[in-house]
Design a protein around this ligand. Structure first.
Ligand code: PMP
Length: 426
């Protein structure tokens, strides 16, 4: 029987329990910001996988590009026999990256793999081992990226030991009493307590912490970090796996920084639903590893490169960066209005269309309400809206709706959020 319940039972028997699932739903088909489950029920998708569908499910241009690529070839391994879409995509991404120096790009498959390679490149360039990441940061599920991740449950539990010479500084969070000054001082404290600055290869920071709760890095913090980086010969890596590909109103969120990073990691929405990640950076840094030092069997798959070229075309032709700002404004305005009449919502924040709201008991951010957060996402699921939570305390609800969704669909989803908050509070 092809019901959600029957498939959930088969899943339970066939898969390890470690693979979580936030909604007990099996998809049958999808289009843009909607999908239908195996029982024929319609859902609104405010998650896009996890930030993968900025151009929506089955964008016509992406689908056509992948179909055309399927007629030509699907695999050679780029290091064995090369193909043009990889080079063309690298050229396009280099051209958009901020900073005046020439850029180069390497393609891989997953976000974690992009971060792993950014670390390899930074170490090869500096000849140094140390890495400084931030509390609440998320960088992936491989061994090195788990070491970098600054959130223990559920990611790190039972999986250590992790690679050494990785340290965590504080991330600024005005709502929770961490100033930019505090965060920068915590970096200097690491230089005193843990590792000398001259042995640190890189800082790795998300422009907006994704899994950590949609915490926006203040521009002054980035300026301070860059100053420390320049002072000590340390590289600055922007992990844009979640913020990139147009989510925040610019193609890379770090285009909005007052200073440019040395390396950028990207993945998720880059290829409109196909697996692709990249490291983009200063050409001199990217060229540090010796020939043969970088690559991967599937890295930069032709199907994914074709999809990503179509994503970039969609951004140009459909003005999706402008749309990203407009979607962000619409979501923020509606959630702010809801917050006015809902004391439990203690903050509404974000950058571009990367928008979230935080829940605290009696509106107190120091009493994070993960239970209420769970009830709201469950009430939304009952009303067929897919919402994701995040945050160090699991008390933030984030929105990652396709930028191609219509205003009518956004409003339909926002109405369900208001109803779900009300139902969860009863
Ligand atoms: N970095 C960031 C900022 C992310 O949000 C994620 C995924 N949530 C990753 C890295 C890891 O990406 P992947 O799951 O594709 O390995």
């Amino acid at each position: 029987e092809r019901t959600n319940a029957a498939l959930m039972q088969r899943r339970k028997n066939a898969l390890p329990r470690g693979v979580g699932q936030s909604h007990e739903v099996f998809i049958d088909r999808a289009k843009n910001a909607e999908f239908w489950d195996v029982e024929g029920q319609r859902y609104i998708d405010f998650a896009g996988g996890i930030a993968v569908l900025n151009t929506g499910h089955l964008h016509d241009g992406v689908t056509a590009a992948v179909k055309a690529q399927l007629e030509q070839y699907t695999h050679t391994c780029f290091q064995v026999v090369a193909y043009e879409p990889y080079v063309e995509l690298a050229e396009e991404l280099n051209a958009i990256a901020p900073g005046t120096e020439p850029k180069k790009t390497l393609f891989l498959t997953t976000g974690a793999e992009a971060v792993e390679n950014a670390v390899k490149i930074a170490r090869a360039y500096t000849g140094r081992p140390g890495l400084i990441a931030f509390a609440g940061g998320y960088h992936g599920r491989t061994n090195m990226t788990l070491a970098l991740t600054g959130k223990v449950a559920p990611y790190k539990i039972g999986f250590g030991p992790f690679p050494g010479d990785v340290y965590h500084a504080r991330f600024p969070n005005a709502l929770h009493g961490v100033s930019v000054e505090d965060a920068l001082q915590s970096v200097e404290a690491i230089f005193k307590n843990d590792i000398e600055a001259s042995r640190v290869a890189a800082f790795i920071v998300e422009p907006v912490q994704g899994e950590g709760g949609f915490n926006v890095a203040p521009p002054e913090f980035i300026v301070g970090l860059k100053k420390l980086a320049e002072q000590h010969g340390i590289l600055l890596i922007a992990d844009e796996v979640q913020t990139g590909a147009g989510r925040t109103g610019t193609f890379y969120a770090c285009e909005q920084w007052p200073v440019a990073p040395d390396l950028i990691t990207t993945a998720k929405s880059l290829a409109g639903g196909f697996p692709l990640s990249g490291v983009i950076g200063r050409a001199d840094v990217m060229d540090a590893p010796a020939p043969g030092g970088l690559g991967g069997t599937y890295a930069g798959s032709p199907l994914s490169c074709a999809a990503a070229l179509a994503v970039l075309k969609a951004f140009r032709e459909e003005n999706l960066l402008e749309r990203s700002k407009a979607v962000g404004a619409r979501l923020t305005e509606s959630l702010r209005k809801l917050a006015e009449t809902t004391p439990a919502i203690c903050d509404v924040r974000g950058l571009g269309a990367m928008v979230a709201f935080e829940l605290g008991k009696n509106g107190n951010p120091n009493e994070p309400d993960a239970e209420l957060t769970k009830r709201i996402t469950a009430e939304a699921a009952k009303r067929h809206l897919v919402l994701l939570s995040c945050g160090t305390y699991g008390n933030v609800i984030r929105i990652l709706v396709p930028l191609t969704a219509s205003d009518a669909l956004l409003d339909e989803g926002l109405d369900i959020i208001a109803q779900s908050v009300q139902a969860a509070l009863q």
